[in-house]
Design a protein around this ligand. Structure first.
Ligand code: ADP
Ligand code: MG
Length: 271
């Protein structure tokens, strides 16, 4: 997709005037000598629901962690809402942006992990209002009111005062989804959010995410092994292997008529 770049800010616009939600531009990520992502390029449009599939170790989590700024790329550029996330190119050099900028950018992004990662010493309500109150500076009464709405939405209206340890895995994950949504993110990153759950509660978590997809225009990057869910919610699937995109397309195309042998082998193993 051709783009226009503002030479001062590094901000980009696509040729059709659209500002992409996420853009990877020749992103390289290494851990030591091990190159995990190779010159990775892709663009996610606003409102897209993109599922990342591929074998373990292919780089899916790393991509999400880069967007969340939990990891930093070694080369290349990541743009969120058309703006550089951590680095910008100036006079041909890769320049790191200030921590303050990074924090501003991070506010637009929510992430839910495989291991719920709730704050164990806080109640459910405190978990949900923590970031809105301390990061967004939302007045506490407003954050509390919104938290109750979100708990209603995830089917846990009576758990506000519970501690995470008193909840089942499925309930904790529903709180984690509410906590991510409390930041009103423009981008929601979901990393195998049902993989640590007992099979009988997987459906309830996926149904909540189906509702989120249906009722909001949040851009979603989804890593999942739940292929039916991927077909239901995503409009695009990217198949990764060894830190590279093997092929991409609509869920219908990738799941029913994959072109690449590696995709066929992967789907045969997981479906
Ligand atoms: P996936 O989510 O597709 O299973 P990951 O993004 O977790 O893959 O991992 C991609 C590769 O990067 C793997 O080879 C993994 O071992 C390696 N890797 C991920 N995180 C680290 C880390 N913190 N230190 C060293 N290697 C890592
Ligand atoms: Mg992973």
């Amino acid at each position: 997709m051709p783009t226009r770049t503002d030479t001062h800010t590094g901000a980009i616009t696509l040729d059709n005037g659209e500002v992409p939600a996420i853009r990877f531009d020749k992103v390289e990520k290494r851990f030591g000598d091990h190159i995990v992502l190779h010159d990775l390029d892709f663009t996610v449009r606003k409102g897209d629901r993109v599922t990342l599939i591929g074998p373990s170790g292919s780089g899916k989590t790393t991509i999400l962690r880069l967007v969340m700024t939990l990891e930093e790329a070694n080369a290349g550029y990541i743009l969120i809402d058309g703006k550089p996330l951590t680095h910008v190119e100036r006079d041909g050099k890769r320049v790191e942006l200030k921590e303050k900028h990074r924090n501003e950018m991070r506010k637009r992004i929510g992430m839910v992990f495989q291991q719920f990662n709730l704050f164990p010493n806080m109640t459910v309500l405190e978990n949900i209002i923590e970031a809105p109150v301390h990061v967004l500076k939302t007045p506490k009464d407003k954050a509390v009111a919104r938290a109750h709405e979100l708990l209603e939405m995830v089917g846990l209206p009576d758990k506000a005062d519970a501690h995470p340890t008193q909840l089942s895995g499925g309930q904790q994950q529903r709180v984690a989804i509410a906590r991510a949504l409390a930041m009103e993110p423009e981008i929601l990153l979901l990393d195998e959010v049902t993989s640590a759950l007992d099979p009988e509660v997987v459906g309830e978590v996926l149904n909540i995410l189906r509702d989120v997809a249906r009722n909001t225009d949040v851009t979603m990057l989804i890593v999942t092994h739940e292929m039916q869910f991927a077909r239901d919610v995503s409009n695009r699937v990217m198949m990764f292997d060894g830190g590279r995109i093997v092929e991409e397309g609509s869920p219908e195309k990738i799941f029913t008529d994959p072109q690449e042998q590696r995709t066929k082998d992967f789907l045969a193993a997981v479906l």
